[in-house]
Ligand binder design. Structure first.
Ligand SMILES: C[S@@+](CC[C@H](N)C(=O)[O-])C[C@H]1O[C@@H](n2cnc3c(N)ncnc32)[C@H](O)[C@@H]1O
Length: 225
């Protein structure tokens, strides 16, 4: 769990360089991860989707492309990130905190969160809110970083702690924000631990799909009826 004032400040500072840094650091693979999330959402044929922690709107855009009939609302607590989303053509944007959303119960058919849950002040609090605002049977789909298993674990950790903050620091001038990123990935629950958290927060039929050797994982849970 994270200090929300620090997170808000960090994203406000890196907003303008966020998308470029993402693509450089992931060698563009993040685009494929978002497409996979969008395909999962599409399989539920939703009419109204909330992309929480939408940031620059990349995941909302992938979902909108995969589900052209759906309305996709993007929400984030950081205005400079939402301004990036707006400049990149996203509409339907709302300033909202994922741990305390201004939406009624069962408002959405599906929810996505890309690289956002890890940054929230309370993971159970945020997941419980997600389960509250999505209708029963609807999916909550979380995409986030995880740690790959051996033999990739050691080289990946080296990349995470030594290469990533330096490269991102050069692009954004904000090395501290990316040192925070490495630490937050180490602290964030993954695999079965995350699925247990999903179940504790009112989600069922929970499953995990590691992508790119477990560098990231997609978690899906359906809101219990
Ligand atoms: C790494 S960016 C992810 C952006 C986008 N979802 C993507 O896939 O690239 C994380 C976003 O989470 C947002 N965020 C962090 N904590 C939040 C919270 N408690 N409520 C809403 N947004 C939050 C940040 O402002 C930032 O825009």
């Amino acid at each position: 769990m994270q200090d929300s004032a620090f997170v808000h400040n960090a994203f406000s500072r890196i907003a303008k360089r966020y998308v470029l840094t993402n693509h450089v650091l992931s060698l563009g693979i993040d685009v494929l991860w978002r497409k996979r999330v969008a395909a999962i959402v599409k399989s539920y044929q939703p009419a109204l989707v909330l992309d929480m922690a939408t940031g620059s709107g990349d995941l909302a855009e992938s979902v909108a492309r995969a589900c052209p009939e759906a309305r996709v609302v993007g929400a984030d607590f950081c205005l400079p990130m939402l301004e990036e989303a707006k400049q990149r053509g996203r509409t339907d944007l709302v300033v909202a905190d994922g741990t305390d959303m201004p939406f009624k119960d069962d408002s959405f058919d599906a929810m996505t969160v890309g690289f956002g849950l890890r940054n929230m002040a309370t993971w159970p609090g945020a997941l419980t809110e997600m389960a509250r605002v999505v209708r029963p049977g609807g999916p909550v789909v979380v995409l986030d970083f995880s740690l790959p298993r051996a033999p990739l674990a050691a080289p990946y950790r080296f990349y995470l702690h030594h290469v990533l903050p330096r490269v991102a620091g050069l692009i954004t001038g904000e090395r501290d924000a990316y040192q925070y990123l490495s630490g937050s990935i180490e602290r964030f629950p993954s695999g079965e631990a995350m699925l247990d958290l999903f179940r504790d927060c009112g989600l069922e039929n929970c499953r995990c799909e590691p992508v790119s050797w477990g560098i990231a994982s997609i978690y899906v849970g359906e809101v219990a009826g």
